[in-house]
Design a protein around this ligand. Structure first.
Ligand code: FES
Length: 645
């Protein structure tokens, strides 16, 4: 039996089999509910307010929700089965998380892989009996394009030629003729740059004639319901019979929805977008391409494909082409269509191609290659030594110059994404993103609203400020009120509290109840320690010191919003003058854009793995010692006498 559920404020109504959880129903209806445990009832992030239909209280509800919230109808959606008509109010959805849309990128000469060639062909006669296709190919050859025609061109050609007096535009992608269009359409030629993150996907529609970005937007990766990090996504593909098909459908759905929004925002026609360049970590790209990612997660961590690939964007069928999973069958049953449900492809021009950039290893993916391309680390002639860090669940680090470049990956864990932090949340409305502490605490909240949690940049700021006020020591211990009294102003002492027997610092007004606990500080210490240890290993390997660094480039959404002085104060980056620490925004997305706009740059990106040496941290016998050393917070006053800022 099916029962209806209504999601507010979107007013989306769907019917689900009795016993389906509210979390799964939302997932199937395409609504993103926050989760970092993938619906296992452990993260406490998925709460919704049930206005009708569910009354039972699960054990996990009692653990994660207050008595007042329970009385008000709040429940963990993943623990709430639906047995009768139900109405659920979903808190502000984070379908558009705060993410860096644009980043630092070099200017490149426009020379895209896609070309449009306007041809005015002679009409056939009894004397000139050249077949249609040969006529087009010969004309293109004279223009310098030696092409193989896509079969779709054979089918469209006779009618297109005759309906347009043999005046057509040939669309060439690489060495393939992918379309013929009637008349001169050379002014309409666009591409899609995609940065596919585990949490967030950023897309940009780019004019391939001018290089201008017509629209750019971000959205939550709809795979988020299956776990917060790549390992949980991979384990889903390993434990569920149709796990890969399900996750692939999710990522394709996310891209298609994002692309629809980009088209609506830019007014560009889908048929004029001929190519996508996708970058992302190796797991995300393997799943997008329908490749089993399991070998990435087990020693010796081998990706199936490391090189750049190009294939039809409309056909990304996973292998094996599994029968529809119960979840997908359900989607089909409710009328969403098999093609959509199975997520077979990205809906650009029907013959559009999708290309990726290469990976450097299982855990340093095409997104980092794109960042290296955008920032020019291995190619700039000035030979400046630069450190590039993409801060996230997996911290990817590149250190080098034209002379020699090294890369590694450090498993930082989810603290920077606000996960496993008591009041942690992703960077969206209501998240504390900045903290300043003087005589009292001053908060910067996304969306200028009351705070409801703290995101990664707020966490780094808060700990940095507490270190500087002497309320957190070098080993990461939060002061007790009796230790702080007389050393700091009284309002700060009053914020040193205990929550469930552990030390905590009250960040918000008491009624908002947002605290930073001792375990939160430890979680941040482990996360920053992993990245700092990775940096230390690369610096030792290259024989350089902090003073040799001309720039520290912080990339990715988190890197873009982190306060450079705070990153330095907690020891996430080496101690360099703060003006040398630069947020480069979505450098991966910029790299994808550059690859879209310049065939030469794309070819250069394909060769980046030849210039970068990958260092495997787990293979180093001294890594644990280096990591332990990196856990400590820096002293407030540096040996040079430079005070931290
Ligand atoms: S507790 Fe429900 S998704 Fe994590």
């Amino acid at each position: 039996m099916k029962v209806p559920i209504t999601f507010l404020p979107q007013n989306i109504i769907t019917h689900v089999p009795e016993g389906t959880t509210v979390f799964n129903a939302a997932n199937w209806a395409g609504l993103a509910i926050d989760s970092t445990c993938g619906g296992r009832g452990t993260c406490g992030k998925c709460k919704v307010r049930l206005l009708q239909g569910v009354n039972s209280i699960a054990e996990a509800d009692r653990k994660h929700l207050s008595a007042a919230e329970l009385a008000d109808g709040w429940r963990l959606s993943c623990r709430a089965p639906i047995h009768q008509a139900c109405i659920a109010q979903v808190p502000r959805l984070m379908t558009a998380p705060k993410a860096a849309l644009l980043g630092y990128g070099r200017h490149v000469a426009i020379d895209p892989n896609v070309a449009k060639v306007y041809l005015e062909l002679a009409e056939p006669t009894f004397e000139d009996q050249q077949p249609d296709l040969q006529r087009v190919i010969t004309a293109l050859d004279k223009e310098g394009y030696s092409v193989r025609p896509d079969p779709a061109v054979w089918r469209a050609l006779p009618r297109t030629l005759r309906a347009n007096d043999f005046k057509i535009t040939a669309v060439v992608c690489g060495d393939e003729l992918i379309a013929v269009e009637g008349g001169d359409t050379t002014d309409r030629m666009f591409g899609l740059a995609l940065d596919i993150g585990t949490t967030t996907i950023v897309g940009a529609v780019v004019d391939l004639n001018t290089g201008a970005v017509a629209a750019v937007q971000s959205t939550l990766n709809r795979q988020a319901a299956y776990g917060a990090d790549v390992i949980s996504r991979i384990s889903y593909t390993m434990t569920e019979p149709d796990g890969l098909a399900t996750l692939q459908a999710r990522i394709v759905e996310t891209i298609n929805t994002l692309f629809d929004q980009l088209l609506a925002a830019s007014g560009i026609a889908r048929e004029n977008v001929y190519e996508a360049v996708a970058v992302g970590n190796a797991t995300m790209l393997h799943i997008l391409l329908g490749i089993d990612p399991e070998p990435i997660s087990v020693a010796p961590f081998i990706p199936t494909i490391e090189e750049a690939v190009t294939l039809p964007a409309s056909d990304l069928t996973p292998y094996p082409p599994a029968p529809l999973s119960p979840l997908l069958s359900f989607r089909q049953e409710v009328g969403e269509g098999a093609r959509e449900a199975r997520g077979r492809g990205v809906r650009l021009h029907p013959q559009a191609r999708l290309s990726t950039l290469p990976h450097l290893g299982a855990y340093v993916g095409a997104d980092i290659v794109a960042g290296v391309l955008a920032t020019g680390i291995v190619r700039d002639k000035d030979d400046a030594l630069r450190l590039y860090i993409d801060v996230g669940t997996n911290g990817e680090i590149v250190l080098g110059s034209l002379r020699r470049t090294l890369a590694t990956a450090a498993p930082a864990g989810p603290a920077f994404e606000g996960a496993q932090i008591k009041c942690g949340m992703r960077a969206s409305d209501g998240a504390i993103e900045g903290v300043r502490i003087d005589d009292d605490v001053h908060l910067q909240v996304i969306g200028a609203t009351r705070p409801i949690g703290i995101c990664g940049s707020g966490l780094v700021d808060a700990v940095a400020q507490l270190i500087e006020r002497g309320l957190v020591n070098a080993s990461g211990l939060l002061a007790r009120p009796e230790d702080a009294r007389g050393r700091v102003p009284d309002p700060l002492v009053e914020r040193l509290v205990e929550v469930n027997g552990v030390r905590a610092f009250l960040l918000s007004a008491p009624e908002d109840g947002i605290v930073l606990t001792q375990p939160d500080i430890r979680a941040l210490q482990f996360a920053k320690g992993a990245i700092a240890a990775g940096v230390a290993v690369l610096m030792t390997h290259l024989g350089v010191k902090a003073d040799d660094l001309s720039k520290v480039l912080l990339a990715g959404s988190f890197g873009s919003y982190i306060n450079p002085a705070s990153a330095r104060a907690i020891g996430l980056v080496p101690w360099v003058p703060v003006e040398r620490i630069v947020a480069v925004g979505n450098a991966a997305g910029e790299g994808a854009k550059i690859a879209l706009l310049s065939f030469r740059e794309r070819e250069a990106a394909k060769r980046i793995p030849e210039f970068v040496e990958y260092i495997e941290l787990s293979a180093r016998p001294d890594f644990n010692d280096i990591f332990t050393e990196a856990l400590a917070f820096p002293s407030v006053v540096r040996p040079t006498g430079e005070a931290s800022q």
